[in-house]
Design a protein around this ligand. Structure first.
Ligand code: IRN
Ligand code: FE2
Length: 607
């Protein structure tokens, strides 16, 4: 294996899985997926029936491909570079244009942190707009749009063939959706983007990223936040955190780093990330004024936006809805303002007694974003931070403003999603989704949980996944994960994995409930493996194969147990699946037939 020289970066493929690349038909693109091979079913007649491999949505990038060499000093393949250049609307800059970025690039003390190749920033040619929204509204289908259409569909052929195979071989056993499978087409992707209902966050300066789509008519996505705080870790460790989060299924990563090498760390993360990166630029702006919120200015903020735009950040959280007149609405709250960005802006507004520069300069921000195709993630600076504060006046007043800002961004053809709460009890969640769709004209919603109770610190990945699953079902497009360390400390690697897997569960549960085409296929394949005691397949199909195997092996480590018709949960005599199989195989044919006749004759029967 070529990859093993990077001992800090996790590069193993998943067990019994390989990376496959599905070609496009409109564009010469190769859409990455994970293919898991399965073992055959042993039939009771003594024969064997093959189980076809299954492909699943995969966010792990080249790190799980044994044929790709990984060298984090060089960065991963720049997959989209030619797509972007061929559109012929960008120019390559020969130097970094932000003041701060330029200083860093020439500081000899930072030479050792510099990248092996000179990443030359791109920018739209004068007068050009390079957003996916701009293309979509002109009726253009881009390579990115075809990529996401194929990516979202991947299991459909399997589902269709499984359905027809099943009807032939096992008439009566339903396998997969019963309704005809709907395919996601590139045209549909384009139309959803044009309508503002979906976004593809894909800065032209992050050509390494594999396109993904956020919108409620697509698979529900999840975001993982990473980032150091005051305690600095090495750059390799930061890259590994991003790679690790993608491995377990993060669709986007937000780099929330603060601290001294923030620019260099972000550069390394972006050059090595297969998923789009989001940031909250006000955090870095605050670093530049040594943490004194009152000293922030529009000029410093603007320079930070350009610096991050040129590096390749694909979406910016901008808390432009925190208006001076809303701040007093939080005075009687139990937990006041819990958003970091929101509290920084509230402090600035109160000190200067002026409207937020994010709001007053919003059109200028749009002008910058459209030159790189950066999407807005309009921040919920006044989100509730406790059950007591959920759905209050401050929260909904801000939402109205986010709706107003959405329209301004759309006027510039800049893509938008809207951030949402926070802490919300279950019975108040639906109202959040309904109000958001109404205020923001169906722009995608992106929520932090929400946490459905405040009483379980240490388990807030669970308190929040309950809310996340619900809001995902109601139509939330992306779920920002919460780790077990929420409210308590900086998450470590295990917390990141636990948070990501927990949120994959919430997102997938929502996909099933929404009837996303093909969502159920993996469930059916796993259930079949479980019923047939194909333990290896059950582990390999799991979101977290390692933990599934480890838990099984804790009590039954022997190789023979991997084909045994029971596990230690119920033991050999009480396994219901084993008993059901026995019913079906031997005694049963006759008995099931009798019970069916009995039912038809109108008498009740309890099986
Ligand atoms: C997501 C939805 N609502 C908030 N978020 C995330 O919270 C956002 O994307 C970013 O990662 C983080 C911003 O936190 P503050 O600055 O609002 O606390
Ligand atoms: Fe909280």
């Amino acid at each position: 294996m070529k990859n093993q020289e990077n001992n800090t970066i996790t590069t193993q493929p998943f067990p019994n899985a390989r990376k496959v690349y599905i070609p496009g038909t409109l564009f010469p693109i190769q859409v990455a997926m994970r293919e898991i091979s399965l073992s055959p079913t042993r039939l009771s007649t003594g024969g064997i029936e093959e189980n076809p491999p299954i492909t699943v949505y995969d966010t792990s990038g080249p790190y799980t491909d044994i044929n790709k060499a990984i060298d984090i000093k060089k960065g991963i393949d720049r997959l989209r570079e030619s797509w972007i250049l061929e559109r012929n609307d960008v120019e390559l800059l020969d130097k970094i244009s932000s003041e701060y970025g330029n200083q860093r690039a020439h500081d000899p003390k930072l030479a050792h942190l510099r990248f092996d190749y000179q990443h030359k920033p791109k920018q739209a040619r004068a007068g050009q707009n390079v957003t996916q929204l701009h293309y979509a509204r002109k009726g253009i289908i881009t390579a990115e749009m075809e990529y996401v259409a194929i990516r979202e569909n991947q299991r459909i052929e399997q589902l269709e063939s499984a359905q027809s195979a099943m009807t032939h071989q096992h008439a009566g056993h339903s396998f997969g959706a019963k309704t005809p499978v709907k395919r996601i087409t590139p045209e549909f992707v384009r139309d959803e983007i044009a309508a503002g209902r979906a976004i593809i966050p894909n800065n032209i300066n992050h050509p390494e990223s594999e396109p993904m789509i956020i919108g409620r008519n697509f698979l529900v996505k999840i975001n993982a936040n990473i980032g150091n705080s005051a305690v600095t870790s090495s750059i390799e460790e930061e890259v590994e955190k991003a790679v690790w989060a993608c491995r377990w299924g993060a669709d986007t990563i937000m780099d929330l780093s603060t601290g001294k090498n923030i620019h260099e760390t972000r550069e390394w993360i972006i050059r090595n990330s297969p998923v789009p990166i989001g940031t909250v630029p006000i955090y870095q702006a605050l670093e530049k004024v040594n943490g004194v919120a009152e000293d922030l200015t529009w000029e410093i903020f603007k320079d930070t936006l350009i610096e991050q735009a040129e590096q390749g950040v694909s979406y910016f959280t901008i808390h432009a809805g925190v208006l001076l007149r809303y701040i007093h609405l939080t005075a009687k709250r139990v937990t006041g303002i819990v958003s970091r960005g929101g509290s920084i802006m509230a402090k600035w507004c109160l000190f200067h007694h002026q409207e937020s520069f994010l709001y007053t300069h919003f059109e200028q921000i749009c002008q910058i974003m459209k030159q790189y195709d950066i999407a807005f993630s309009l921040g919920d600076g006044l989100r509730p931070g406790s059950i007591a504060d959920a759905n209050d006046e401050a929260q909904f007043a801000e939402l109205e403003t986010l709706g107003e800002l959405t329209k301004i961004a759309w006027k510039h053809d800049v893509q938008v999603m809207i951030e949402g709460p926070g802490h919300v009890p279950m019975h108040l969640i639906k109202e959040n989704m309904e109000k958001q769709l109404e205020c923001c004209d169906e722009a995608p919603f992106y929520t932090l949980g929400p946490l459905t109770t405040d009483i379980a610190p240490g388990y807030d990945h669970i308190t929040s996944a309950i809310g996340a699953a619900m809001i995902g079902w109601y139509g939330c497009a992306m779920l920002c994960y919460v780790t077990p360390k929420e409210h308590l400390g900086l998450p470590n690697k295990k917390d990141v994995k636990d948070g990501v897997i927990t949120y994959k569960i919430a997102a997938h549960a929502a996909d099933l409930a929404k009837g996303h085409p093909g969502a159920q296929y993996r469930d059916n394949v796993l259930s079949k493996a479980r019923f047939e005691f194909r333990w290896e397949d059950q582990f390999n199909l799991a979101l977290d194969p390692e933990t599934a195997r480890e838990y099984h092996d804790e009590t039954l480590p022997a190789d023979g147990a991997k084909v045994a018709h029971f596990c230690s949960m119920c033991g050999p005599k009480f396994c219901s699946m084993k008993i059901t199989q026995e019913i079906r195989e031997s005694v049963a044919d006759g008995m099931l037939q009798k019970s069916a006749e009995f039912m038809e004759s109108g008498k009740e029967i309890y099986l």
